[in-house]
Design a protein around this ligand. Structure first.
Ligand code: PLP
Length: 398
């Protein structure tokens, strides 16, 4: 019998990590694989941030930090939330974590009881559903339609809330679709939540700085629900700091205190050097982030041009983040050159990996089995070559 817990056995492996692993295996055999499966900026962390980390190390800043983060960083995050999001928080309401991922997990584990329903706006980021399952909760996908850029509506939310609903979770800009909720849309969602005082919201704003439509709106800006919103953000995407592992949440004091307690028993404060780098990152403002966002926008436009030329990929225009999320169901039921049938998006992703040597992620893991996610965070030449190969491979499907 397996020694593994039911909890572990019920959990799926992260599909994005799994696809990246398959790509690396192929690359290790000498195949030239273009990796469009990972959600990772291909830019270097800006130099001024690296310099702050070097200084922290030279200063001997190598000891345990307070669990919820060093005071300078928590203050800098409050200043950022005020400056960018018009949100008023005290440093005691900020919990700095090992990536936004841990901030999300802290919140879910701190709020969700077994049997509680968590409404997850779908398509969703792969880890939301698994975190809810880990907490013993029931993830209830709320599926946005293509007509609404895959964004769930307030009316859909109203219909999905039950007495067991504890939490809603969404990302804006959205991974995987790149959709961005407008002020009007979030205001309508806030109105629904205002009528259901037992429901909390986890607003994942990690792609805030990669927004091509302009206005980033935080659900916490709506006074009627502000004290029930946990705002999550981080440094991985906006400052190209994925490997540093730095994220945070901002929440009502009792919730922040609970997340601090949770984190204190699991990982404690994140890396001391990373936190010093985070202080420098925020002090530097948005200039380097805006520069990277301009590049992501240019690449989005490039990729949209490239996919226009590929029959069968129906691709909405992303408003933010660095992915395209085309519908690929036109290929389901077709036959590959080896005689196998492409039954679904996972089969198609494997075919594309093996034939075009491009790794992408099946929409299944994001709650959208008719779609596939391609990262656009790669150099222009790589993107051009990747979609040239994908076009050639898809043309082989009969
Ligand atoms: N939330 C979303 C929507 C993401 O796409 C990611 C990373 O892919 C994260 C959270 C986690 O980010 P971090 O690297 O800060 O843990």
């Amino acid at each position: 019998v397996s020694p593994l817990s039911d909890r572990l056995l019920a959990m799926s492996e992260s599909a994005t990590i799994a696809m990246a692993k398959k790509g690396r295996e192929l690359a290790a055999k000498g195949v030239d694989v273009i990796n469009l499966s990972f959600g990772e900026p291909d830019f270097q962390t800006p130099q001024y941030i690296k310099d702050a980390a070097k200084k922290a190390l030279d200063d001997g800043y190598t000891f345990y930090t307070p669990v919820p983060g060093i005071p300078e960083l928590r203050q800098a995050i409050c200043d950022k939330l005020k400056r960018d999001n018009q949100l008023d928080f005290q440093p005691s309401q900020i919990v700095v974590s090992t990536g936004a991922k841990q901030a999300l997990a802290n919140a879910v584990l701190s709020l969700v009881n077994p049997g509680d329903e968590v409404i997850v706006f779908s398509p969703y980021w792969v880890s939301y559903e698994e975190m809810v399952k880990l907490a013993g909760g029931v993830a209830v996908p709320l599926v946005g339609t293509r007509e609404h850029d895959y964004k769930a509506t307030a009316a859909q939310l109203e219909a999905a809330i039950t007495p067991r609903t504890k939490l809603i979770m969404y990302s804006s800009p959205c991974n995987p679709t790149g959709a961005v909720f407008s002020r009007e849309e979030l205001g309508a969602i806030a109105e629904v939540l205002a009528r259901h005082p037992q429901v909390y919201a986890l607003a994942d704003e990690i792609y805030e700085y990669i927004n091509f439509v302009g206005e980033h709106v935080s659900l916490a800006q709506f006074p009627a629900v502000a004290d029930r919103v946990i705002t999550v953000n981080g440094f991985s995407k906006g400052y190209a700091m994925t490997g540093w592992r730095l994220g945070y949440l901002a929440a009502r004091q009792d919730i922040a205190t609970a997340c601090d307690k949770m984190q204190g028993q699991i990982t404690s404060g994140t890396c001391s050097i990373t936190q010093r780098a985070g202080v420098a990152a925020l002090a530097g403002g948005r200039a380097s982030s805006d520069e990277m966002a301009a590049a992501y926008r240019r690449r989005r436009d490039l990729v949209l041009e490239l996919v226009k030329d590929i029959p069968g990929l129906d691709t909405p225009t992303p408003s933010g983040a660095f992915y395209i999320f085309p519908e690929v169901s036109a290929f389901f039921g077709r036959t590959a050159p080896d005689g196998s049938t492409i039954r679904n998006s996972s089969d198609l992703a494997l075919f594309i990996l093996n034939d075009a040597h491009v790794s992408a992620v099946s929409g299944e893991a994001f709650g959208a089995p008719e779609c596939m996610r391609f990262s656009t965070a790669a150099a222009d030449e790589k993107l051009v070559e990747a979609f040239r190969r994908i076009k050639a491979s898809l043309a082989k499907l009969a």
